[in-house]
Structures are given as C-alpha cells and as structure tokens.
Ligand binder design. Structure first.
Ligand SMILES: NC(=O)c1ccc[n+]([C@@H]2O[C@H](COP(=O)([O-])OP(=O)(O)OC[C@H]3O[C@@H](n4cnc5c(N)ncnc54)[C@H](O)[C@@H]3O)[C@@H](O)[C@H]2O)c1
Length: 346
C-alpha cells in the first residue's frame, strides 16, 4: 500500500479520503489544511493532521500526495511537492493556463516523479455509454453531440465565484466536459466558438456554451448553465440512422431509429402558418425504440493506475498532453467569447 497525504481537506479532500479508504492500493497517512475547521473535522474523523506544509514536504515516508485546494494555489503547492520528491495527483483544473501547467509538468520530469490530474469524469457511466454509442456506430455515423449539465442555483457562493481563486463554471465543469469530448472523438478540433454567461455573477462565468467543430464535420456542443429551472437532457446524440437521449446522469440512453426512412402517406402537422410534412412526427409503426443501460465503470481505477505508474508497471491514463490540450481549448474559448469570433484551433 502506498502512503498518501491529502493537501486541502474540503469537499473534495473528504471525497479522496473516502475513495482511499475504499481502495486497496493506497492508505491515508494524514492531511494538511490551512483551516482550523478542516483540521478539527479531520481529527474528529481520526485522521492525522500535519501542522505545516513544510512538515509534509519534509516527511520522507510519503509515496503520494493528492492536492485538493482551490485552483489558484495548485501550481505552487504541486511544484513544491514535486521538488520535495513526492508523486502528485492534482485536482482539476490543474491550473488556469497551459503555460503554468507545463511548468508543473517540467518539475515532475526534472524530479523523475509521477504527476497527473484527477479527471475522474472519464469514469462517469453516462459518458462511457455515450462513448460506446459513438464508437460502436450504434445508430450509424454520429454527426452531432450535445453534452449538457443544467442547474438552477447559480454559481456556488464560495471561492468558485471569484476570479482570483480560479472560479467560474468553465474551470469547474468545463474542464470535465471538454476532457470527455476530447477523449471521445479521436480527431482534431478545427474551430471552436464559445459564449460565456454572467447571469448571477459578473466576475466569472456562471455557465457557457462551447461548440467544438471536429475535422470530420462532427459538431460537439458543451453547455453548462446554472440558471435553468427546467433542465434539458444530459446527452442528445444525433447519427445518420437514429437519435439518443439521456435524460439525466443516471437514466441511461433512450434510442430511437426508424425502419423505413422514406415513409409514404405522411400526415401533415398543422401549425399556425399552415401545414408541414417536413416536421411531421414519424408514425409509431415505423419507429424502433429501446433503452441502453449505463456503462459499467470503477472509479478506483484512477488510483490503481497512479500506483501502477509509480511502480513502473503502466503508463498514466490521464496524460500530460491530454491535460494541456484541455487547457488550450479553455484558453481558446475565452478568446472566442471575448472577440465574439469563431477561433481556428488545431
Ligand atoms: N474532480 C472533481 O469531480 C471535483 C469536484 C469538486 C471539486 N474539485 C476540485 O477540488 C479542489 C477543491 O475543491 P473543494 O470543492 O474541495 O473546495 P473546498 O473549498 O471545499 O475545499 C478546499 C480546502 O482547501 C483548503 N486550502 C485552501 N488553501 C490551502 C492551502 N494553501 N494549503 C492547504 N489547504 C488549503 C481550504 O481550507 C479548504 O478546506 C478544486 O480544485 C476543485 O476544482 C474536483
């Protein structure tokens, strides 16, 4: 078992504590947090608390440190840990710019240490099902994917609402959904267009729409919104021979295909301005509808992989170039939003 420490014992620090306790490859040696409240909470849970960051750096009996602080301090903490000879997992977004990320990666390479980012939504069962539908041509060739998360509570009132801490929904959720898109579609992103929302917060974005235009013509829309009292479905996937819709993270997919594309005797729909056959629904007799269950996945594979890499038995699943590419997309999205232009990408 690798001995690990968590720096930052807030919501995600506690999540890592639970996952470390559940797996059989890593054990928790202690935590470090600058907040008295967080330390008290850890001590009440029977967890050892380091009294300074230096004492973590100086402890030579640690194999792995997980950094789960707010985003603005990831870079300095991670580089200090790598220079002290620790292997490091950093929470997402690893940092705010690609340039800063490569400084962190360089510190890992220079010290010969493992460094990766917790892109845990690669293990989400809804994402894996969407990827399976795309890869297996379940409904023919996919030409459009819409990946959305909608809430109605605005941006959280903590550091996530403040620019200086690396707040905003692009950095919070965007980093996951962009990573998913880039892991699903093995093509270059030729262009992109983004529009950021500022409905409840002007300092940082409280949502955004980002269209990625892939090389084959596939359009992948990512939408994060926090002012939606009626949510649109989590996934909407369009292919030559069918359509998939996932209502929620946990619903699985509903697939609809038709038996005969060229239906005869179409009954027109009456609209205010007249009749339309083009937009008339398909007859039920001509439709094939079925459900697909969520894909199976095991989030513990993330820590298992990191331990295997430390032991020299495997390569990282969450690789440096993949992390950098997500940051490049986020930086280009900010340019697109600021200029209101489609941006050439790869
Ligand atoms: N992967 C995911 O699914 C996921 C989900 C939520 C949050 N996160 C990420 O995890 C990180 C933490 O988010 P959170 O929701 O736990 O935030 P949080 O505010 O709940 O917790 C952050 C903790 O870090 C501590 N902290 C701040 N500065 C510190 C420092 N210099 N040294 C040590 N401790 C420090 C704070 O006192 C606090 O206890 C962020 O990067 C966030 O984006 C990831």
């Amino acid at each position: 078992m690798k001995k690990s420490v968590i720096v930052g014992y807030g919501g995600m620090g506690r999540w890592h504590t639970n996952k470390i306790r559940e797996n059989n490859v890593v054990e928790l040696k202690g935590i470090f947090d600058i907040s008295e409240r967080a330390n008290k909470r850890a001590q009440d849970a029977g967890i050892y608390t380091y009294d300074s960051f230096e004492s973590v750096l100086n402890d030579t009996d640690i194999d792995l440190v997980t950094v789960a602080t707010p985003n603005d301090v990831h870079k300095e903490i991670v580089i200090a840990l790598l220079n002290a000879g620790k292997n490091v997992i950093c929470e997402k977004p690893v940092t705010m710019t690609e340039k800063d990320f490569w400084e962190m990666a360089d510190a890992a390479n220079k010290n010969g240490k493992v460094f990766t980012v917790h892109q845990n939504r690669r293990w989400d069962s809804d994402f894996l099902l969407a990827k399976q539908i795309y890869e297996n041509n379940e409904m023919g060739s996919v030409f459009c994917i819409e990946s959305r998360v909608h809430g109605s509570r605005g941006i959280p009132g903590d550091w996530r609402g403040k620019k200086e801490y690396g707040g905003g929904m692009m950095l919070d959720w965007g980093v996951h959904l962009i990573d998913q898109a880039l892991m699903m579609i093995p093509e270059k992103v030729k262009k992109l267009y983004a529009k950021f929302d500022h409905i409840t917060n002007y300092e940082v974005d409280d949502g955004f729409k980002l269209d990625l235009y892939f090389e084959s013509g596939l359009v992948y829309r990512i939408e994060v919104s926090t002012s939606n009292f009626i949510s649109l479905p989590r996934w909407y996937i369009l292919a030559d021979d069918g359509t998939a819709l996932f209502e929620t993270f946990s619903s699985g997919a509903k697939i609809t295909k038709c038996k005969e594309k060229n239906e005869e005797n179409v009954i027109p729909v009456v609209t205010a301005a007249g009749l339309t056959k083009t937009m008339a629904p398909r007859s039920n007799d001509n439709l094939i509808t079925y459900d697909m269950p969520l894909a199976s996945s095991d989030v513990h594979d993330f820590y298992r992989n990191v331990v295997d890499v430390i032991d020299g038995k495997s390569d990282l699943i969450v690789k440096h170039e993949q992390i950098a590419r997500v940051l490049r997309v986020m930086e280009a999205a900010a340019v697109s939003d600021a200029t209101n232009q489609v941006v050439d990408f790869e």
